[in-house]
Design a protein around this ligand. Sequence first.
Ligand SMILES: *[C@@H]1O[C@H](CO)[C@@H](O)[C@H](O)[C@H]1NC(C)=O
Ligand SMILES: *[C@@H]1O[C@H](CO)[C@@H](O)[C@H](O)[C@H]1NC(C)=O
Ligand SMILES: *[C@@H]1O[C@H](CO)[C@@H](O)[C@H](O)[C@H]1NC(C)=O
Ligand SMILES: *[C@@H]1O[C@H](CO)[C@@H](O)[C@H](O)[C@H]1NC(C)=O
Ligand SMILES: *[C@@H]1O[C@H](CO)[C@@H](O)[C@H](O)[C@H]1NC(C)=O
Ligand SMILES: *[C@@H]1O[C@H](CO)[C@@H](O)[C@H](O)[C@H]1NC(C)=O
Length: 482
Amino acid sequence: MGRKSSCCGATALEVTLAILFIAMTIVCATLIALMVTRTTHTDPEPTAPPPSPPPQNTPYLIGVGRADCTGPAADIPLMGYANTQQKAAGIHTRLYSRAFIIDDGTRRVVFVTADVGMISQRLRLEVLQALQEKYGDQYRQDNVVLSGTHTHCGPGGYFQYTLFMISSSGYIKASVQPLVNGIVKSIDRAHQNMRPGRIYRNRGELDHSSINRSPHSYMNNPEDERLRYKDNTDKQVLVLKFTDLDGDGIGMLSWFAVHAVSMNYTNRLVSSDNMGYASYLLEQDKNPGELPGQVRAFTCTCMSNTTCDEQTVSSACLCQTKMCAAFGPGDDMFESTRIIGQNIYMKAKELYATAVEEVTGSVQSAHQWVNMTDVSVPINSSHTVSTCKPALGHSFAAGTTDGGGDLNFTQGAVEGDPFWDGIAGALLGRPSNETKECHRPKPILFNTGEMNTPVPWHPQIVDVQILTVGSVAVVAVPGEMT
Ligand SMILES: *[C@@H]1O[C@H](CO)[C@@H](O)[C@H](O)[C@H]1NC(C)=O
Ligand SMILES: *[C@@H]1O[C@H](CO)[C@@H](O)[C@H](O)[C@H]1NC(C)=O
Ligand SMILES: *[C@@H]1O[C@H](CO)[C@@H](O)[C@H](O)[C@H]1NC(C)=O
Ligand SMILES: *[C@@H]1O[C@H](CO)[C@@H](O)[C@H](O)[C@H]1NC(C)=O
Ligand SMILES: *[C@@H]1O[C@H](CO)[C@@H](O)[C@H](O)[C@H]1NC(C)=O
Ligand SMILES: *[C@@H]1O[C@H](CO)[C@@H](O)[C@H](O)[C@H]1NC(C)=O
């Protein structure tokens, strides 16, 4: 669900989401309990005639649509590795936006996944404005979720905060327009082909296609928590299968937690990476030899396979951070993209073919703005703490196991480096005591939360959303889950 824009204060957000999630679970559990109770009450008497076939659930109205959103494939900086040298110079795969509209007869939700690094606030506002002009209040802030597959090889230049503008060389209209048009067009197509249909859910596990990007950090989780899981990564593939009333497939939505970084930071071809390739394979499979009327989409969240030695004591590479690039399992990045994409495709296809658990129930959506600099988080029965302004720390500069930073920073650092702090401070200003105290013990390198020239560097207010379709809940948050 890679809506990604802020790096800090995730704890508070996670707590908020956890609460939302628990609330949703309770609602779902209650609904299931109600349904079970009702079924029990209407059980036929022993003397009654044999039960007729189970009543059909009310169908949804479902629309699916896909549109190209590739944009210019030359000279635009690619978004993801924050590498200004990485400018587009050709196309590896085209980029698509895929839209799903689900309507229960009363309410409607739209879920869009686009082959981009992330959705920015700016991009979202432009898409919502275009939708408002076409559809009035039908598609709104609260019922439209936009997400990115998090490819690191899509165009940049669609951001409004300085931090993200630096690596993508400002705001690039030539890059934004095709993205907005592609996303809106995918929604138009889904809107035009809405028809009665059903949704089925299935899930399974996919091995050998992801690895923890920071195993050392993972080990800092409490043991009793780690014991609840058999792996240090989430290997679940979740599939939603959409059919018409004849049972013919019209689309699929699938989630698998892998970081779309099979293509590495040396790549200069626009690419939808492993996730986009998996979608492409399924679409080709279902629409042989033609442009898809049928839509497959994959949305992703977090991890990737890295070839760093899991035995190293720190997830920061010991000798040279650059040795920690994510690559594998292929001989080169094209081969790796193909293998990981193929694995996801095969698993999703299998789950799609065997999905029988029908999703039923009403459609709901909610949206909220959150001032991330001021969220209260109860940490125990007597203490409540508050989040504060964002900042980038020394550990940020260290990068992760699947992509180290350029300089000699290490993960988990709790002491600043006077040399770098001095340079950053002289150039960008030192953090206030309040912000320093709030981030302690993590030392601040870039005081982005207090920098406002020429425009604010880091968002303070972000939006969060939840969509529910029966017992399926999709939580949309602007962050990179890991
Ligand atoms: C990751 O890729 C390497 C090859 O580069 C492979 O040996 C390893 O088994 C893969 N790990 C997982 C968890 O799939
Ligand atoms: C990136 O991929 C290219 C081509 O597959 C490969 O030659 C290069 O070594 C890779 N770079 C890193 C840092 O993994
Ligand atoms: C967000 O919260 C901070 C701290 O309470 C406050 O100073 C700031 O004005 C708020 N931002 C907005 C835009 O309301
Ligand atoms: C709650 O957390 C605070 C701050 O970490 C700590 O000082 C206090 O002892 C904790 N109280 C309880 C009851 O755990
Ligand atoms: C990087 O940091 C490590 C540990 O602090 C140090 O031993 C090493 O010499 C540093 N390397 C460079 C190139 O500065
Ligand atoms: C910030 O803290 C330092 C050291 O604790 C102190 O010398 C300084 O006066 C403080 N600045 C402000 C503005 O309070």
